[in-house]
Design a protein around this ligand. Structure first.
Ligand code: PRP
Length: 206
């Protein structure tokens, strides 16, 4: 299932990201806001467990997400602002890291480091702002699946239809929540119109 956020607030935030005038701090902040929207949508059916808490009226049971059953896995480095934002919302979740770099010539992703926590029977929120060819997401999903999670949900800020088609055909069981589906990839496999390189824009590198 592919779910694209379509509300005017999302569109406005995406326009801020497209604007070259947005500096790194605004860029990361906007990515963080969009991530929170994605988490709300992605977990809208998530079951609540009852928790007994002390309130001003004494002890009572209220619903809460069992965050310990959630792993937020980030693809470095552009995924870092998304990870920070998601774990602010879900402070008892555990975080995982996948370091990947897209080869500029072959356009294929290469995994060079991974540090995933226990994933068995957990819900994995896989965060990466950009979904271009889909290669990075497919590699990440394959690795996570080898750790027997209950469910994998991808959270992306911007993507191309080509990459979405690849991921949905290889991993139809993975849900995709995305803020904006753009027009296409160009011959260099950049998303058009896109945002530029999210990692570079987040951290002032070129
Ligand atoms: C970007 C992006 C994704 C990947 C998407 O990372 O953050 O991880 O490319 O491309 P794909 O769908 O074609 O695999 P990049 O390699 O630029 O690294 P960075 O996060 O360090 O900027």
């Amino acid at each position: 299932m592919v779910y694209e956020l379509s509300n005017p607030v999302t569109k406005t935030l995406i326009t801020h990201l497209r604007d070259q005038k947005s500096d790194a701090i605004r860029f990361r902040h906007t990515v963080a806001e969009l991530t929170k929207q994605l988490v709300y949508e992605a977990l809208k059916e998530f079951p609540l467990v009852q928790k007994n808490i002390k309130t001003w009226q004494g002890e009572q049971n209220f619903g809460t997400i069992d965050e310990k059953n959630i792993v937020v896995a980030s693809v470095l480095r552009a995924g870092m602002p998304m990870l920070d934002s998601a774990i602010e919302l879900l402070p008892e979740s555990t975080a995982g890291f996948l370091a990947m770099k897209r080869d500029e010539i072959t356009h294929k992703s290469v995994l060079y480091y991974d540090r995933l926590p226990e994933c068995r029977e957990k819900t994995i929120l896989l965060v990466d702002p950009m979904l271009a060819t889909g290669g990075s997401m497919c590699d990440a999903i394959e690795l996570i699946k080898s750790k027997n999670p209950m469910k994998i949900i991808m959270l992306n800020i911007i993507g191309a239809p080509e990459g979405i088609d690849v991921v949905t055909s290889v991993h139809p069981d993975v849900d995709i929540y995305i803020s904006q589906i753009d027009e296409r990839l160009n011959s260099n496999k950049f998303i058009i119109p896109g945002l530029g390189d999210v990692g570079d824009r987040s951290y002032n590198t070129v």
